[in-house]
Each structure stands twice: as structure tokens, then as C-alpha cells.
Design a protein around this ligand. Sequence first.
Ligand SMILES: Cc1cc2nc3c(=O)[nH]c(=O)nc-3n(C[C@H](O)[C@H](O)[C@H](O)COP(=O)(O)OP(=O)(O)OC[C@H]3O[C@@H](n4cnc5c(N)ncnc54)[C@H](O)[C@@H]3O)c2cc1C
Length: 473
Amino acid sequence: MKLRTLEGGEIEVEASAIDALKLRLRGALFAPGEPEYEASRTVWNAMIDRRPALVARCLGNADVVAAVEFARRHGVLLCIKGGGHNIAGLAVADGALLIDLSPMRGVRVDVPARVASAQGGCLLGDVDRETQLHGLAAVLGFVSATGVAGLTLGGGFGYLTRRWGWTTDNVLAMELVTAEGRVVRASESENADLFWGLRGGGGNFGVVTSIDYKLYPVGPEIVGGVVAWPASEAPKVLELYRELATNGPNELTMVALMRPAPPAPWLPKEWHGRPIVAMLACHSGDPAEGERVVASIKKLGQPIGDVLVRRPYAQMQGLLDATQPKGRRYYWKSEYLGGLDDAMLERYRAHAAEIPSPHSAAILFQVGGAIDRLPADHSPVGNRDARFVLNLTSAWERAEDDGANVGWARAAWEDLRRFSTGGNYVNFLTEDESPERVAAALGGNLGRLAEVKAKWDPTNLFRANRNVVPRGG
Ligand SMILES: Cc1cc2nc3c(=O)[nH]c(=O)nc-3n(C[C@H](O)[C@H](O)[C@H](O)COP(=O)(O)OP(=O)(O)OC[C@H]3O[C@@H](n4cnc5c(N)ncnc54)[C@H](O)[C@@H]3O)c2cc1C
């Protein structure tokens, strides 16, 4: 069988070596043509169509070690799939050996210690489900089918970020299989250099098989949901958004967005497809206080839909899921913003009015709050001056519409990027981004990341990612 080498060439690996790998796995090994192969190689973004040569579907550390050793021995390109949600499709590479962690979705919650250990193939919803059973939550993201590993290794933000920081700020330890095929732990007290690099440096250092998250009391009932108005109300809605973002408590996190109305049951049929402005809000503290804090949102103008109510936190975590189905074509452009000035908001509204697809949106996520309690070099995630994340999210169905939809996101970004802090979120970078954009995402941390990489992965075995070239490599 032919596989891609690390250098990009091809190598013929004997059938006996492939059979030996198959025998070592408790999970399974798939080649193209087998039905399960398609499920493993397919990722969230249908723009990505890559064909690994082999898929090792792993059930535990021993399987991962076997796959890493195989790749090392034969000099074969490796790629790693957590939740498969990366917009750039970094989980899959042509001709590679794909380590598919999708069966590794176990979560163990230590209630007295307030720690959840999540396996490397977990989705956000897996962790929320187990932790909310105990009224606890980890700091995760907004869409429940996203993989915890990719999200955490790149930083991570969601409704709890303003209270407790980036997701990585709340990681206590990680377990991983290194390029040497060793199982090691990384924490403040074990392999601290590696622990630093893992918190923002992506999959550069190994295959992460388990992550320990610090948990906090949240819910189970919170006040959260979404209110929508006609797009003509956007100036007033965005003004309130800015005011609440400036003066509201860290328990409150909001997301403002403009888009054609989705066919959601809480929106009147006659509005489906017409331009709206909406505000998602989640107050993760005491519900009575939450109702007081969000009252001004509910009172603003004449909403066309309002489902901002008391609800389970776990439900809030899945509220956006239906708008982000697997299998559409997606293209994003994104920047961190330090604030929302009038000129920026005026241009934002103008670009939202030009959206060419019923599925696309111009989104402003609120961050800030606790992220700047830690020093800039605490981890490679950095960007602790970010107050908002602008994400221009194009989503559409047909390949023939690629030009119009990619074009919209790019044109809006070209105009709006002048309002950026200069940084951007590494996990929102698309396939076609330049090394300069990756450098902007990782701030001044690339040099130190290269040193950690040189120690833990000197041959750059893990390169299907936002690759950090080992220092001297
Ligand atoms: C619909 C949607 C919503 C999102 N919402 C948020 C959000 O609210 N907040 C946020 O912060 N981000 C969000 N993201 C971005 C998300 O953090 C990234 O897409 C992230 O890469 C997804 O992780 P994954 O495990 O699903 O990715 P994958 O595509 O599986 O992998 C992404 C990268 O991480 C590496 N990787 C994955 N698992 C491992 C592992 N176990 N060990 C080592 N390397 C690994 C892969 O090799 C690859 O390089 C969202 C993305 C989508 C598509």
C-alpha cells in the first residue's frame, strides 16, 4: 500500500506491516473502499475532501501508541481527528495515516475535586452532559458537536469565558502520546514546558488522549436564549449590545449576529429568510439576577422572536447546533476586536446586508472579562486584550456558489480587519490562511513554541496542524 511520507513523497508499505498494525489495535484499521472509512475521513466542512491512505480508529492509549510507532517506523505522515470540526480540515490529510479518536468519548467526573477527565475524542456535549448531572460545568464553546481536544488545544471560548478565562486557562493536566510513542502527563508540575505549549499550540506535540478540566458550579438552570429583531433595528440593538458588554457583569455573555432569519420554530414563518439582527445571551449565575440583567434586551423595540428565558444550561450549550450542521460548505474570516466603535459597527451592518446565502452570518462574540487576569505569556493562546471576536461565517450548499460566498467573507474581512487588535483566533483560521496570520494568532509565542517542539517532536512527526517548525529544524 502507498502512503504519504513526512516530506510529501510516497512510500510503499508492505501488506505484512499493515497487517501487523491491524493486529496490534483493539480498535480497527480501515482502507479506502471500506464503509467505515468514509465516516472517518469526512469532516464538518464539506469544502474539505481529503483521502487518508489508512484510518486507525483508536479505542485507547495502546492503540494510539501502535499508530504513532507505525508512522515513525515508516516515516509516514500522520493526522489526528478529534471532533472533526476544524474549519480548515486539519484533522485529515491526503495519503496519511489518520488517527481517529471518535470512539474515545469517555468522561469521568470527580465531584468533590470538581475535575472532569475527558477522553481525546469527546465532543463538548459529552462533557456538559456528565458535568451538569452534578450542577458543574467546564469552560467550553458554543456548539455541542465541536471536539474538546481541538478546541482546547487552540484556546477555547464560550459562555463561561468571561468568568474563568480561555478554556486552556482551566485545564489542570493533559495525557498524551508523544512522537516517541510514550504516554506522558503534562501539568504545572509534570513536564511544565510541554503543558505550556499544549495550551494554544494545537496538536504539535502529540496525540492528546485525555484532558482534565477544572469545573465550576453552573446551573443546572440559567437564564439564556436569543431575541431577534428586523435588521432595520440593528443600530439600536448593537448600541445596547455595546452598552451591556461594557457595563454588564462577567456572568453575562452575549453574541450579536446579523443574518437572514433561519427557519427556526420560534421565528414567525413569514420572517424566514429575511434579514434579522439577533442577540444571544447567557447569564450563568443566579437565575433571578439573570432575569434582571437581561431585562433591557427583552424590552428593546418589538422583537420578532424572544426565547430568552430560564432554561437548563446544557440546553443553552446546544442552542446554536441546528444552525451549524455537518456537511455544508463553510468559509470563515475572523479577527479579535478591542472594542466596537461607531465606524466599525456601521461597516459591519453594511456587510451583513450583502450576505449572499440564507445560512451565513456576521457574528460578534463577546469575550474579555477574566481572560486578561493572566499574563500575556501564561500560554501561547495570548490575545488577552481581545474584547470581541468578529467571525464572518459563510455557509452554503453548492460548489458552484463557492465564489460568491467565499467572496462575501473575504470582502467584508478586507474592510473590517482595520478594526482588529492585530490578533486572531487560531481555531477560526481557514485552509488558505498565510503563515503571517498564524503568527498573528499566536502572538509573540512562536519562538518559545519552536523550542518546546524541538524537545518533544524534533522530527516534526505531528505536522498536519498549524505547524510550529522545531527550532533548528
Ligand atoms: C460549528 C463550530 C462552532 C465552533 N464554536 C467554537 C466555540 O464556541 N469556541 C471555540 O473556542 N471554538 C469554536 N469552534 C472552533 C473549534 O475550536 C475548532 O474548530 C477546533 O479545531 C475543533 O476541534 P475538533 O477536535 O473538533 O477538531 P478536529 O478537526 O478534529 O482537529 C483540529 C486540529 O486539532 C488537532 N487535534 C484534534 N484532536 C486532537 C487530539 N486529541 N490530540 C492532538 N491533536 C488533536 C487535529 O489534528 C487538528 O490539527 C467552532 C467550530 C465549529 C465548526
